[in-house]
Every structure is written in structure tokens, then in C-alpha cells.
Design a protein around this ligand. Structure first.
Ligand code: SF4
Length: 223
């Protein structure tokens, strides 16, 4: 029988399927970054976060070592989240622009955030096997989001892995910021975005206007 979202959250949080990632996430949590040495790191897989009635799913890559791996919530406590949540707030999907820790009162409306990998990987690079191990969790979340209409993928890995998960094989689906696809056959639509990583936002590859245009498109496409 399918799990409920809270049950799935418990399963994900207890997962130890990828030995390399278990070692890494726990080592980072023990050693900590100097700025956070007084904090207790989460150090476990990070489950999806948001509105169970969401029409929109956002898919990222994997937790940051000192972001989600520290706070235990998607995109919380790092530079990517500092760019993502203000944009979601401006678009009406988040109750506040700040996301600093799990008890900061942030809620999402009509939006659920997840990722292709749930454990912080060394150098932000999960292996193909590690992603394959983890993708079933994202699939389960998709199945449990009964109102799901569309998916925004952040970065090319999230885009390609989401296509795999949906069983879409066409080579005409290429990654590019703002590219929109409708696979049909009852599948959710897809909108590709550059990832809001510091590397992209500080170099100007992804600007605030470019990111806001993603959420404007989402608002237009949601029915
Ligand atoms: S990456 Fe996913 S499958 Fe691997 S240990 Fe973490 S939660 Fe489990």
C-alpha cells in the first residue's frame, strides 16, 4: 500500500542506501563549518517540503553540505535558498522570503519542493547510482501530490532526471532556462530553469528578472 506523505518523510529520513553519502553527510554534520559550530546539524536525508495539495512541484539537485544538511529542510540556510524563497514569496507561493531553519514559520502554498537526491554529496555531485537509488522517493512524492499539474526543474541534472522519471525519452527535450514542455498523456508539464546556485546568481547567469519570469510562467500555466 502507498505511504502517506508523512510516512514517506519518515522513510526518507531514515534511509542509508548510499554508503558514500551516509559517510559524507554525517562527517560534515560532525565537523561543521566554523560559522555554525554552535548548531546541531541535521546530518540525515532531507525530505520534500511544502503543500500536500500543491499543483506545482519544484525539483532541485541535492542538499548543500552546510545548507539543508545543516537545517533539515529543502533549500534552507544557504545561498540557493536565499535566492529561491524570496522569488517564491514574490510570486505568492511562500509565506515569507526568509528561510533560515525548520522552525522559522515558513509555509508554502500550492507548491512542494523536492530534489533528485536527498543526501548532501561531496562537491555537490551525486553519482548516477546514487541518483538512481534516490529517484523512487521523488516518484512517490509525485504520486502523492494528487493535484500536481506542473514541474519546475532547477538545473540540468534535475531536468534530465525528471524526464527519466516521467518516462519521457524524446531527444527534442533539451535543457535551457525558460524552456517549457508538455509531454501529454496525463503527465505534468515541465519548465526548465537555471539552478539558483551562488555560482549562477553571482556571475549573472541567473538574474532576479530571469528567475521571476519562471514563476510568472508558472502562474500563467497553472489552471
Ligand atoms: S541519497 Fe537517497 S537513496 Fe541515497 S542514502 Fe540518501 S536518501 Fe537514501
Amino acid at each position: 500500500m502507498d505511504q502517506t506523505l508523512p510516512e514517506l518523510e519518515e522513510t526518507i529520513t531514515a534511509c542509508r542506501r548510499c554508503p558514500r553519502l551516509v559517510l559524507w553527510r554525517e562527517q560534515v554534520a560532525r565537523e561543521k563549518r566554523r560559522a555554525y559550530r554552535d548548531q546541531e546539524y541535521w546530518g540525515k536525508p532531507v525530505p520534500g517540503f511544502g503543500d500536500p495539495l500543491a499543483r506545482l512541484l519544484i525539483v532541485g539537485l541535492a542538499p548543500g553540505a552546510h545548507g539543508s544538511n545543516r537545517t533539515g529542510r529543502m533549500f534552507t540556510g544557504d545561498a540557493s535558498g536565499d535566492f529561491l524563497y524570496p522569488a517564491l514569496y514574490r510570486a505568492g507561493f511562500a509565506s515569507q522570503p526568509q528561510a533560515s531553519h525548520r522552525a522559522d514559520s515558513l509555509t508554502l502554498h500550492d507548491c512542494f519542493i523536492s530534489a533528485v537526491g536527498r543526501c548532501a554529496p561531496p562537491n555537490n555531485k551525486p553519482t548516477r547510482d546514487e541518483i538512481a537509488n534516490c529517484l523512487p522517493y521523488l516518484k512517490q512524492e509525485m504520486n502523492l501530490l494528487s493535484n500536481l499539474q506542473g514541474i519546475v526543474t532547477l538545473g540540468s541534472v534535475a531536468f534530465n532526471e525528471t524526464l527519466t522519471l516521467l518516462g519521457v525519452k524524446s531527444t527534442s527535450y533539451t535543457f535551457g532556462h525558460g524552456l517549457f514542455y508538455e509531454p501529454g498523456s496525463g503527465l505534468p508539464w515541465l519548465l526548465a530553469s537555471y539552478h539558483p546556485s551562488r555560482q549562477n546568481t553571482q556571475t549573472g547567469r541567473l538574474t532576479t528578472d530571469m528567475f521571476d519570469s519562471i514563476w510568472k510562467t508558472v502562474q500563467e500555466k497553472l489552471q
